[in-house]
Design a protein around this ligand. Sequence first.
Ligand code: HEM
Length: 402
Amino acid sequence: MDHQFQQFDQDPCLPGHPDPYSTYAALRERSPVHWCGGPQMWIILGHAEALEFMRDSRFSRHDYLDKLIARFGQNGHIYERQKLDIPYMDGKQHLNMRQHVIKAYHGIDLDSLAAFTRHFAADRLASIQGDQPFDLVALLANALPGMVASELMGVPTSQQLEVANKVSAFVRARGLIQTEQSASGGEDALEVYAHYFLPLIQERRGGDRQDLLSRLIADPTEGISLSDEQLLLIISSNFYSASVYTIRLLTGTIAWAMACHPETYQRIRNDRKLLAPAIEEVLRWDAPAQALNASVATENLVLAGQTIQAGDSITALVGSANRDPRVFDQPDTFLIDRSPNPHLSFAPGVHQCLGLHLARMQGVAVLSVLCDQFEHLHWDPAASRRLIGDRFRGFERLILHR
Ligand code: HEM
């Protein structure tokens, strides 16, 4: 266990580890808040403490970016630019931007997007014959979120795959562990977004269309008009890469959870009312985003008996909080009947996920298509591979068969 504690100290998300949860449990028992030497930040492991932290506005994302800018100097442009990005905004500016985005989202026709998602997933999976093994990530998970985001944003289908391949560099520039390489990779990725999205933005600026992108560009009733730079960040980071990364991982984890729990899978196949609670439990049991973006304390404060000094970096480890036995009975067991299921996978608080309805919709669509097309699901652990991906958890390759 000592070896795992050392690994945790270097990178608390234990990327790619088959079972980070036993380490989290042992650490959480000692204290719900720990200092980690690798990323030089406080890590919150307990549910109550994580929730308190998520709701507390005395933590600043801007100050965290300033620390990275000071650290990376010339290479830190990506962090300067991220100040315009919702997850890194603070205070009133953040609230206004969230409200603007939520309003723009209200016009989304979730039912027809769900039909589009089911149709796309069913089409992809229909190519599997008999008990032939297949990689769900390559076949479905890689493409699905990009297709749904493009349907939302009006990006031409022919460009989707290319954009999707570029987003991981941008996402890495939002990880807990930062290097010279992630700093400059994030900068390059933003150029890629400019290449694809600026023409779309310009086209929408002139028109009077009512699609999501047009609603994001301006809200005359609120006097809001966003710059190209702001729009690029919102589109690329918040709508595009947020879903391209997390939904991709959620897709694999859903199938894996079903393959590991065949009796539960049969219950869901026979009673589709269980689809939604099953997705909530997948989100709790193995959350795609294991930790939040980091923040900095703006004043001295005490959390779970630990003194956090003004200027200290801090984040919540959602993956650990979701297994806290003070909140969840049998926390390590996959139980779709949990009610309520107060998991923290969408970060309920100041930075709560804005795409949670879209995420839930896509999760339910994927599981319902799996139920339709696969009487049984088996996975091949030896041929599958977990992602080594900083804050994120899921499969890079997931080999399944009937
Ligand atoms: C399984 C899918 C998803 C999961 C698990 C997830 C999880 C999260 C989490 C944990 C946060 C908080 C981040 C932080 O505070 O640092 C967040 C924020 C956010 N998510 Fe998601 N997300 C998912 C899908 C999506 C989708 C599909 C979209 C949009 C299309 C989206 C848009 C956002 C935005 C805009 C924020 C920033 C909110 C803010 O800072 O105020 N997410 N998400």
